[in-house]
Design a protein around this ligand. Structure first.
Ligand SMILES: NC(=O)c1ccc[n+]([C@@H]2O[C@H](COP(=O)([O-])OP(=O)(O)OC[C@H]3O[C@@H](n4cnc5c(N)ncnc54)[C@H](O)[C@@H]3O)[C@@H](O)[C@H]2O)c1
Length: 340
């Protein structure tokens, strides 16, 4: 299949690296074009990845016509996404977009409708649910070893110095980063988000224009609570990019540091102020192929085009994660509990 990659900035390198390093994807996809409003960025990317035959341009429609592409990989900044995806669909392309899938819920709904009308696959890169740790904790929760799930608590604290679009955007942490953890929590819990109360701030000393920190309490279906505490300007003790997790069930608790460390314990007796606890193992991911971040999402998207099955992060499902973000933003704005 012929693909055009639109948006040749920092993340585009991650995509091209994932494609180059994954034989199954490399053999299925040709990067036929590279598009950026700054064509020099597209040219530099072509040089770096040896894509000498790729058509370079600044106008997506023009490059799609020249390449007869069937796929658009959308790696532009969020504010440009709606136009890029719309153009790709009008040209009969399947689209895999970076997160967040849209800059508003209305824009997200309109893209879902456009993709459905065009009969094309439209999926979103939520690479942080396609990693070993998240697959392992989902499997543990599913197994029932912790009993019935009652709560998920995530902490995300990173002093991050990006520069670029993030420093100017509103609600930067919720919209550009927390969506990963919200999506992963929705996946691990396998529940429906029902309501949220969120306090958002831009802490003293922040390098960002707006919303570099947020504290949210979500109500999920079946009385499951999900809390998120996050900041992009918390210097001195970074957590993992995946957040630090505490998952509580009726029988026990799992701690995950967001990297390699898991600690799970369940009740092993019925006596005592503190009940005796026994350690339990966290199972490996059920499917190793689903643990390679971007490469796994791209492979899932290509398989969906081939087989007609829905990709795991199809836009019509991913909008539920986006809805968590916008409900949190609305709650922070109004200082009220918001239902989803
Ligand atoms: N999944 C992840 O882990 C992850 C990590 C980082 C970034 N991202 C996402 O990737 C996207 C891009 O982020 P980035 O860090 O690469 O940003 P970036 O600013 O480094 O790159 C974006 C590129 O898009 C180009 N662009 C902007 N408008 C365009 C348009 N209308 N048509 C063509 N090109 C256009 C810019 O010129 C720039 O080269 C964002 O949605 C971001 O949230 C995802």
């Amino acid at each position: 299949m012929r693909a055009v990659l639109c948006g040749c900035g920092a993340m585009a390198k991650g995509w091209l690296k994932a494609i180059a390093e994954t034989p199954e994807i490399r053999s299925a996809v040709v990067i036929a074009g590279l598009v950026d409003v700054n064509p020099a960025a597209a040219k530099a990317l072509a040089d770096e990845f040896g894509l000498a035959n790729a058509v370079i341009g600044s106008d997506l429609a023009d490059v799609l016509e020249k390449t007869s592409a069937e796929i658009v990989f959308d790696v532009v900044i969020p504010s440009a996404r709606h136009d890029v995806v719309g153009t790709a669909l009008v040209h009969g392309c399947h689209v895999l977009s970076e997160k967040p899938m849209a800059a508003s819920i209305e824009a997200g709904r309109s893209l879902i409708a456009q993709a459905e009308a065009a009969g094309k696959v439209h999926a979103i890169v939520q690479n942080r649910r396609f990693i070993s740790g998240i697959r392992r904790i989902r499997r543990l929760v599913e197994s029932g070893a912790l009993g019935e799930l009652t709560a998920i608590h995530c902490d995300f604290f990173i002093g991050a110095h990006f520069g670029g679009f993030r420093e100017e955007m509103d609600n930067v942490l919720l919209l550009d980063m927390a969506i990963h953890t919200f999506d992963a929590a929705r996946f691990v819990a396998d529940k429906v988000p029902v309501a949220v109360y969120c306090h958002e701030s831009n802490p003293r000393g922040s390098r960002y224009a707006h919303g570099a920190a947020a504290n949210a309490i979500f109500e999920f279906s079946d009385d499951v609570t999900f809390t998120y505490r996050g900041s992009w300007c918390a210097e001195g003790a970074n957590t993992s990019w995946e957040s630090q997790w505490r998952i509580i069930g009726t029988k026990g608790t799992l701690l995950w540091d967001g990297a390699d460390e898991f600690k799970a314990g369940v009740i092993a007796g019925s006596e005592g102020f503190f009940r005796p606890i026994e350690a339990i193992d966290v199972p490996q991911a059920a499917n190793e192929a689903q643990t390679h971040g971007h490469a796994s999402v791209i492979a899932d998207f290509l398989a969906a085009i081939r087989t007609g099955a829905k990709p795991e992060t199809v836009s019509s499902d991913n909008i539920n994660s986006l809805a968590m973000v916008f409900a949190a933003i609305e709650s922070a704005r109004t200082r009220q509990r918001v239902t989803l």
